[in-house]
Design a protein around this ligand. Structure first.
Ligand SMILES: Cc1ncc(COP(=O)(O)O)c(C=O)c1O
Length: 423
């Protein structure tokens, strides 16, 4: 920690990944094809039969649904709290996204809400292991089986998390993951689908094989951004550069980090050309992915250690609601999300104490202008979106920083909670 400043996140991209990129760019990275190797090793790490690299998780979902024959007139159930691109892809296939509510404290799909959303048109469900927290997969699988519904796990925020000892992604039959620079492991850009179904894997692979390679300059640009992120979130750089910029941005009503890395919410008329024409991953991405896979237990382990300290240190703080986890769920703490009735005041009080927080990039899609046609009441989702705040939990936080963080959150909560006697 430098001067008490704590960034909201820091990347898993480090000098060792930068060195791998450099070797590939100057042509000394070896000539063995690395994409199939990464696909095999990733699938084996998860415990799935097939792994196929795809350009993004959303396109992975699109390909999985398409391969499963989901389309016009079908319904796909997903949590109200998720990423906009998920219902957007379902709609693009001509199917109807059906939003079901989450558990208020777990933030993941409530199995009984899933049951209540089923109709004779339901073809698939997308249990989203949001914020690194595995859903109650026993219950979801049992309900899905009873109704003949396909299960596609959204592991975009939970690569490596476990449920009752099994990795998420190996529980529902099909899954997708994403490896952008802000995720727990990165392949610069790119994503993966896994499936245990040979026919589904063949169909997806044939679509990817018909496409061209990913644009090389994109991988180079991502690698440069990775280096910049590593430096900008380094304690000795962060305190005098990024943190003041955030404070100034916030004073002007802006979030410079969100503006730089956030994505504008939208729907799709067609599959983006970049996916159709450049869907094949490059060796440089797989090389970084292989290195990250070697480090995943260390990276997730640090998140878990930090997350458990926050669980313990922030329990029973009046005014603050900490997350709970479904039984059997072994979270990787991709985010540590608390609720507070005056979330914006808490955020400001934490900024004053040098802690940068965020409201994240999920939305209440159950009541959203882009998906108005599919609105469906999800009261927990709506309440969560008004109250939630992401507290830093990234793997580069040291024990002393976590202790400082806990004290800062306690003090800021006390200051901002009505009737706490402190103002
Ligand atoms: C829960 C969730 N699902 C899906 C996605 C989409 O991933 P991608 O940007 O690779 O399409 C994201 C993006 O971060 C996400 O957080």
């Amino acid at each position: 920690m430098a001067f008490g400043r704590i960034p909201r996140f820091s990347p898993s991209f480090s000098p060792s990944e930068a060195w791998i990129c450099t070797k590939h760019l100057i042509g000394i990275g070896g000539s063995d094809p690395l994409v199939p190797k990464f696909e095999r090793e990733f699938a084996s790490f998860i415990g799935a039969k097939h792994g196929i690299m795809v350009p993004s998780a959303r396109y992975g979902l699109y390909l999985l649904l398409d391969a499963l024959g989901v389309g016009e007139g079908d319904e796909v159930i997903m949590p109200g709290l998720t990423y906009f691109a998920i219902p957007a892809m379902v709609e693009l296939l001509g199917a109807k996204p059906v939003f079901a509510d989450i558990g208020l404290e777990t933030h993941v799909l409530d199995p009984e809400e899933f049951r209540g959303a089923i109709t004779e048109k339901t073809k698939a469900v997308i249990p989203t292991h949001l914020f690194g927290t595995p859903c109650d997969m026993d219950a979801i699988n049992a309900i899905a089986k009873e109704h003949g519904i396909e299960v596609i796990e959204d592991c975009a925020q939970s690569t490596g998390a476990r449920y009752r000892g099994k990795r998420v992604g190996a529980i529902g039959g099909h899954a997708y993951y994403t490896f952008g620079l802000t995720k727990n492991i990165t392949t610069l850009s790119g994503a993966m689908v896994t499936t245990d179904d040979d026919a589904v894997a063949d169909k997806i692979r044939s679509v990817i094989n018909q496409s061209g390679p990913a644009v090389r300059s994109k991988a180079i640009k991502e690698a440069a951004t990775g280096v910049a992120m590593f430096l900008a979130t380094h304690p000795w750089v962060y305190w005098w550069s990024v943190h003041p910029a955030i404070v100034v941005g916030n004073a002007l009503g802006k979030d410079p980090i969100h503006e730089r890395f956030g994505e504008e919410e939208r729907t799709y008329e067609t599959v983006p050309t970049s996916y159709v024409e450049h869907a094949q991953a490059r060796d440089i991405q797989a090389a970084v992915g292989l290195k990250q896979l070697n480090r995943i237990e260390e990276l997730n382990g640090a998140r878990i250690r930090n997350g458990r300290s926050l669980d313990e240190g922030l329990a029973h703080v009046p005014g603050l609601m900490v997350p709970t986890y479904p039984e059997g769920s072994e979270p990787i703490y991709m985010s540590f999300v608390v609720h507070h009735p005056d979330r914006d005041a808490l955020m400001a009080a934490l900024r004053k104490r040098g802690v940068d927080t965020t409201t994240g990039y999920m939305s209440d899609l159950s009541d959203h202008p882009l998906f108005q046609r599919f609105s469906r009441p999800c009261p927990n989702t709506t309440k969560a979106m008004k109250e939630l705040l992401h507290i830093p939990v990234h793997p580069n936080l040291r024990e002393t920083e976590v202790a400082h963080l806990i004290e800062a959150v306690r003090a800021a909560t006390l200051e901002t909670t009505p009737n706490s006697g402190v103002s």
